[in-house]
Design a protein around this ligand. Structure first.
Ligand code: SF4
Ligand code: SF4
Length: 345
């Protein structure tokens, strides 16, 4: 449903209003790289520079480093003190559809595999306000991955750029409720719907990179033991881990205890299956060779995740292509997987 709109020059007013109920997070370059950060109450300059963030929005729900609990060793054993549930109301303003899709994929991991209270408590009261892309990167391939630059399926509210205004699509009940309570929105004009459709078509056409994923799960399964192929795929990777740490659907973490005398804190922090020392505890990394680690990264997204959840855990956000220091390109890899499925039949 889209019968309301907001003028671009009134976005600060809108965010101020929402800030009274939510911790509003918006694109920011304050930390040196584009990331979602608490809105400063005035700056809407991101409307001009923002294409997508470097740090994906998963960081607001699965922080790079997070305290899990504190502990103290007593005579009777350990006394555990968990942190209070973080159920603060967050509003992520401007999430791109690919990253909203990634949040739905992460929800599957943290809800279905095992309920993760740290992630779920933050996610519970969060509202995702999407901003349709008008200027996708060359590395984006979202339209091949079940989403698209103006797709609203994974957000609560979607804003579509129609010139001087954003047309507002109320997607979920949460989104409808918030819009119903929001003051000073304008009624959409008769031709705004048509303007939005045109804007969507233009945005869609700008995503020129395409990826054919037909049968990829079976192809990967059939090529799993092809060491020569995986060695070639992994050759230029330097195991820096950037592609996994900044991937909006990757969720590996490591757990560490820091203890001084009888007291300590347990933390978890982002980790990467690309690191040689990943999974080193309690013995050794079963993927010592680089090609095994690169294979794990690719197969986890395009083979294992579809086997478990029936979806590919890649949204085509293109970060791993844009940000890799050696130009390793997942779309080239997926296209190069040999089709040995016939041989297995
Ligand atoms: S970002 Fe590139 S070099 Fe770094 S681990 Fe990923 S593929 Fe390898
Ligand atoms: S694998 Fe690459 S393109 Fe796919 S979601 Fe992760 S970072 Fe984005």
């Amino acid at each position: 449903m889209a019968d309301k709109k907001v003028s671009k020059k009134d976005i600060a007013k809108l965010l101020k209003e929402w800030s009274q109920q939510f911790a509003v997070l918006a694109p920011s370059k304050e930390s040196g790289v584009a990331a979602f950060a608490e809105w400063d109450g005035k700056d809407t300059g991101f409307l001009d520079w923002y294409r997508n963030t470097v740090i994906p929005p998963k960081a607001s729900f699965l922080p790079p480093m997070e305290e899990m609990f504190r502990f103290r060793k007593g005579k009777e054993g350990y006394n555990i003190e968990p942190p209070p549930n973080d159920e603060n109301k967050r509003l992520i303003f401007g999430i791109r559809p690919c990253d909203a899709r990634a949040m739905s994929i992460l929800d599957m991991t943290f809800k279905q595999a095992l309920e993760d209270p740290y992630y779920l408590s933050k996610r519970k009261n969060a509202v995702l306000v999407g901003l349709g892309c008008t200027n996708p990167y060359e590395s984006c391939f979202c339209t091949s991955m079940g989403t698209g630059p103006t797709e609203s399926a994974d957000v609560d509210i979607m804003l579509i750029d129609i010139g001087d205004d954003f047309l507002i699509e109320e997607v979920t009940d949460k989104g409808k409720e918030l819009i119903a309570k929001t003051k000073d929105l304008k009624e959409a004009a008769k031709d705004d719907g048509a303007k939005a459709e045109q804007a969507k078509k233009t945005a869609y056409d700008k995503v020129t990179r395409k990826l054919d994923t037909e049968g990829i799960k079976d192809k990967l399964l059939a090529s799993f033991d092809d060491e020569e192929y995986w060695e070639k795929v992994a050759a230029k990777c330097i195991s820096c881990g950037i592609c996994t740490l900044l991937c909006p659907t990757c969720y590996c973490f490591d757990i560490n205890d820091e203890m001084v005398k009888q007291e300590g804190t347990r933390f978890r922090s982002w980790d990467s299956c690309g690191f040689p020392n990943y999974t080193k505890m309690p013995m050794e990394n079963p993927r010592q060779e680089k090609w095994r680690r690169v294979r794990q990264k690719v197969c986890h997204k395009y083979e294992f995740y579809p086997m478990t959840y029936d979806v590919i855990a890649c949204t085509g956000c293109g970060r791993c292509i844009r940000l890799c220091p050696v130009n390793w390109d997942i779309t080239q890899v997926i296209e190069s997987v040999p089709d040995k499925t016939g041989a297995k039949k």
